[in-house]
Design a protein around this ligand. Structure first.
Ligand SMILES: [Mg+2]
Length: 126
């Protein structure tokens, strides 16, 4: 028996984590949560093997850009990342793409757009 690999949700807002979780669980995904980049690095170091990561930009301790840098060191592009932010932030988008982010959603995001991005990126690697 195989267990579906989870989607890791990283956001310092419990409300946003819950919104993302609700959309993904409703579509049949399992999820893991982290409250910032440090928490996410710890989760991965403890053996979590997410199929995809949904990551906020603005967070305390370690922000989304810093997390992408850490993830590149530890996982070298093996886990696709969709970034979430509250506004366009073109410079952040450019930087995130340079660091390997595969998608971008502006909050408040629409659940169908989130699911479309997650479905596309999780099936692309198969
Ligand atoms: Mg935030």
């Amino acid at each position: 028996m195989t267990t579906a690999r989870p989607v890791l949700i990283i956001d310092d807002s419990l409300m946003i984590r819950n919104m993302v979780k609700r959309a993904l669980v409703g579509a049949g995904y399992t999820v893991l949560e982290a409250k910032d980049g440090v928490d996410a690095v710890d989760t991965l170091a403890a053996g979590a093997d997410p199929v995809l990561i949904v990551c906020d930009v603005n967070m305390p301790r370690m922000n989304g850009i810093e997390f992408l840098e850490a993830l590149r060191e530890s996982h070298a592009g093996r886990i696709p990342v969709v970034m979430l932010t509250t506004e366009g932030q073109p410079e952040m988008i450019r930087k995130a793409r340079t660091l390997g982010a595969k998608g971008w959603l502006v909050k408040p995001f629409k659940a169908p757009l989130l699911l479309a991005a997650v479905d596309k990126l999780t099936s692309a690697g198969v």
